[in-house]
Design a protein around this ligand. Structure first.
Ligand SMILES: C[S@@+](CC[C@H](N)C(=O)[O-])C[C@H]1O[C@@H](n2cnc3c(N)ncnc32)[C@H](O)[C@@H]1O
Length: 466
C-alpha cells in the first residue's frame, strides 16, 4: 500500500524550517490530507491523518476542524459538486476534488470570509502543482458561494448530509427519533474522561483538572465520567500518563459498570472478547476485585498493541496472573480455548462486537462514506457467530454483556431476539440506564442523549438449571 507523506511536513524536515504555513500552504496541506481520508483505496482514519501535527497549534486546530468538518458534510458536498461540475474530476486528481470540498466547507460551515476562502483555496492549486485547476476551482467556488444564501436542500441526503442507506435504516428503526439522530451525528462530540477510581475520586479529579485551568463538570450519565468544556491535548491532562484518566465517552463507560456491579467483592473470571484498542479493558481492570482475572481477546494483532499501551499507562501488567492478552478469532474456540476438561469458563463476558459504528458517527464522520449496508450485513453474521460461541464458555449463573456502538436494530435487538430463540438457558436482565430507550431486548442510548455517543447494551444471564 502506498503511503503518501504530507508534502509540507516533508519539506519542513528537509529544510528544518520552523516557519508557519502561509494560508494557501495550509489549505494545500489540509486538502492533501483530506484526500487521504476520502479516497477509497488508501483510506486512512482521520485520527492518523491529522498527525503528524503542524508546528503551529492554531493551524493544527484549523486543519483538524476542517478535515473533520469536510468528512461530516461529505455526502452533501459530493452531491452538490456533481451538480456544479460539467464533468467529473479525474480519479488521479483527487487533491483538486479535496480542495473544492475544503473550499465549500470554508464558505458554508467554517464562516471563513468569502474572498479569503476562495482566493487562498485557488492559490493552493499552485502550491499543489495543479495550475491547470486554478480556473476550475475559482469558477466552482464562486458559483457555490453565489448560490449559498438561496440554497434549499431538495433531498434528505443533502439536508442531513448522510448517505441514503443510513437515513433509510434510521427511519425504519427509529421513526420518532431519526431526525434527531441525524442532527446529533453532525455535531461535534465533547471530550470526556474516565476517572480511574482505583487511583482517585471524581471530586478530586475535577479539582485537579480545574487547578490546571481545565474547565470541566461531572457527567450525569456515568459515575466515573467528566466532560471537558473544550478539548485539550492529553499531554495537558494532569496524571494522564500515570493512569489517572482515560479518554472515553460516558456511554462507553457504562459497559464495565453494567457488567461489574459497584462494590462487587467476588473473585471473577472475566473475558473481554473483542477488546482492542482496550478502552473498556482498562475500565474492567479498574473495577475488578483483587484476585479476579481477565482474558482480553481480539482478532487484530495490530490493534492489540494499543491494548498493551493502554494497560501499561494504567499500571496493569499485560500477560500477568491478572490479565492475559490473546490474539484470536473469538468464534474459533479451537484457536484459544479448546473444548475439553481444561476449557476455561467465565463468570462475566463483555462482548463489544465489531459493528457499523452508526452510533458514533459524530466522532468518526468518515463512517458515512466508508461503510455500506453489505458490510453491515456481513458484520451481523460475525456478531451472531461470536455471541453463540461465547455463550458456551459462560458459567451457569454467569453474565454476558452484549454491546454495540450502533443504532441499527439488525445489530442490536434483532440479534438478541434471534439469540433468545435459539438459547433456552438465556434470560435478559433489566438495565437502568439514564434516558435510554429500554425494551425486553436491551437498552438503546441514542446519539446525543445527554450529549453521549449512541450505544446498545443487553445484559444476558445464563440460567442455572437448564
Ligand atoms: C467495537 S471494537 C472493540 C472496542 C473495545 N472493546 C474498546 O472498548 O476499546 C470491535 C473489536 O472487535 C475485533 N474483532 C472483530 N472480529 C473479531 C473476532 N472474530 N474475534 C475477536 N475480535 C474481533 C476488532 O478487531 C475490534 O478491535
Amino acid at each position: 500500500m502506498q503511503w503518501i507523506f504530507p508534502w509540507k511536513v516533508l519539506k519542513q524536515l528537509m529544510n528544518n524550517s520552523q516557519a508557519m504555513l502561509n494560508p494557501a500552504e495550509l489549505r494545500a496541506e489540509t486538502a492533501s490530507r483530506l484526500w487521504r481520508v476520502i479516497q477509497y483505496e488508501y483510506s486512512e482514519s482521520i485520527d492518523n491523518v491529522v498527525k503528524p501535527v503542524l508546528e503551529n497549534a492554531e493551524q493544527q486546530a484549523w486543519m483538524s476542524a476542517a478535515i473533520y468538518g469536510c468528512c461530516r458534510y461529505y455526502p452533501r458536498y459530493q452531491n452538490q459538486l456533481v451538480q456544479l461540475l460539467k464533468k467529473p474530476i479525474k480519479g488521479n486528481e483527487g487533491e483538486v476534488k479535496a480542495l473544492l470540498i475544503l473550499g465549500m466547507h470554508q464558505l458554508s460551515e467554517m464562516k471563513v470570509k468569502a474572498h479569503a476562502a476562495i482566493n487562498e483555496t485557488v492559490n493552493a492549486c499552485k502550491v499543489l502543482d495543479k495550475v491547470w485547476a486554478v480556473k476550475l476551482v475559482n469558477g466552482i467556488l464562486r458559483n457555490y458561494q453565489r448560490g449559498l444564501e438561496s440554497m434549499v436542500h431538495k433531498t434528505e441526503l443533502t439536508q442531513y448530509a448522510h448517505p441514503k442507506w443510513i437515513i433509510k435504516h434510521n427511519k425504519l428503526d427509529w421513526p420518532q427519533n431519526w431526525r434527531d439522530i441525524l442532527v446529533a451525528n453532525n455535531l461535534q462530540a465533547p471530550m470526556c474522561l474516565r476517572v480511574n477510581q482505583q487511583k482517585t475520586t471524581v471530586a478530586e479529579a475535577l479539582q485537579k483538572l480545574r487547578d490546571n485551568d481545565i474547565e470541566c463538570e461531572a457527567h450525569p450519565s456515568s459515575n466515573s465520567a467528566i466532560v471537558l468544556q473544550k478539548p485539550v491535548a492529553v499531554e495537558q491532562i494532569p496524571g494522564f500518563f500515570d493512569g489517572y484518566f482515560s479518554v472515553q465517552d460516558p456511554a462507553a463507560q457504562l459497559a464495565a459498570q453494567l457488567l461489574l456491579e459497584d462494590k462487587n467483592e467476588q473473585t471473577l473470571d472475566v473475558l473481554d472478547a473483542c477488546c482492542a484498542p482496550g478502552g473498556k479493558t482498562g475500565h474492567l481492570l479498574e473495577r475488578m476485585y483483587k484476585n479476579s482475572s481477565l482474558v482480553a481477546l481480539d482478532v487484530s494483532a495490530k490493534r492489540l498493541e494499543l491494548v498493551h499501551e493502554n494497560l501499561q499507562r494504567l499500571d496493569f501488567k499485560s500477560n500477568s496472573k491478572k490479565v492475559q492478552i490473546v490474539c484470536a478469532d473469538a468464534a474459533d474456540l479451537n484457536a484459544w480455548n479448546p473444548v475439553g476438561e481444561n476449557q476455561k469458563q467465565f463468570d462475566r463476558i463483555l462482548l463489544d462486537v465489531p459493528c457499523s459504528a452508526s452510533g458514533v458517527i459524530r466522532r468518526h464522520p468518515d463512517i458515512k462514506f466508508r461503510r455500506d449496508l453489505e458490510q453491515v450485513q456481513e458484520l451481523t453474521k460475525t456478531q451472531k457467530n461470536i455471541l453463540q460461541t461465547l455463550w458456551g464458555v459462560l458459567k451457569p449463573g454467569g453474565r454476558l454483556l452484549y454491546a454495540t456502538c450502533s443504532v441499527f436494530k439488525l445489530e442490536n435487538s434483532m440479534q438478541i431476539q434471534y439469540f433468545l430463540d435459539t438459547a433456552n438457558d438465556a434470560k435478559v436482565l433489566p438495565l437502568d440506564i439514564k434516558d435510554a430507550i429500554n425494551s425486553d431486548l436491551g437498552s438503546q442510548i441514542l446519539p446525543g442523549t445527554n450529549d453521549c455517543d449512541g450505544f446498545f447494551y443487553c445484559l444476558l444471564e445464563k440460567k442455572n438449571n437448564v
